[in-house]
Design a protein. Structure first.
Length: 145
């Protein structure tokens, strides 16, 4: 199934970007819902020491808003061949990178998933830029020759 993107066709690379975004979306949904649901994923309360949070509810909500939602939107735009796909993907990847950076700065704790998820954020940004490298920035894109 292909979708038009202002004269282009959703490419294999575009589907790979969307696949990475969907993987991050699922991981963030799992984590966010798990934190909101009375910390069903079992994060230690000692990780909250020194943060503005007294429970895992708000970090879970923020994870859904900052990571899961942008990644899901970006994946839908990539798969739909939207002219906004590159912008959404780069912003979603940057949000993922920022999320991990904020975790490290605020909690000052290390977990093995942090570099992995940081890598996925970087991967989404780089794959989106590579996939759309010949596409002009902004909504007024010209069709490919």
């Amino acid at each position: 199934m292909t979708a038009t993107r202002t004269g282009e066709v959703t490419t294999h690379r575009g589907r790979l970007v969307a696949a990475a975004e969907l993987l991050v979306t699922l991981a963030a949904l799992y984590g966010g819902v798990g934190l909101i649901a009375d910390n069903a994923i079992g994060m230690g309360d000692d990780w909250l020491a020194g943060t503005p949070f007294t429970s895992w509810m708000w970090p879970g909500i923020l994870l859904l808003l900052v990571v899961a939602a942008p990644m899901a939107v970006a994946a839908v735009l990539e798969l739909g061949g939207s002219r906004w796909a590159m912008t959404a993907s780069v912003l979603a990847g940057a949000a993922q990178i920022g999320w991990i950076g904020a975790q490290l700065l605020v909690m000052q704790r290390y977990h093995v998933l942090q570099p992995i998820m940081l890598g996925f954020g970087l991967l989404v940004v780089l794959m989106a830029l590579w996939t759309h490298r010949r596409t002009p920035l902004g909504p007024e894109r010209l069709p490919s020759p």
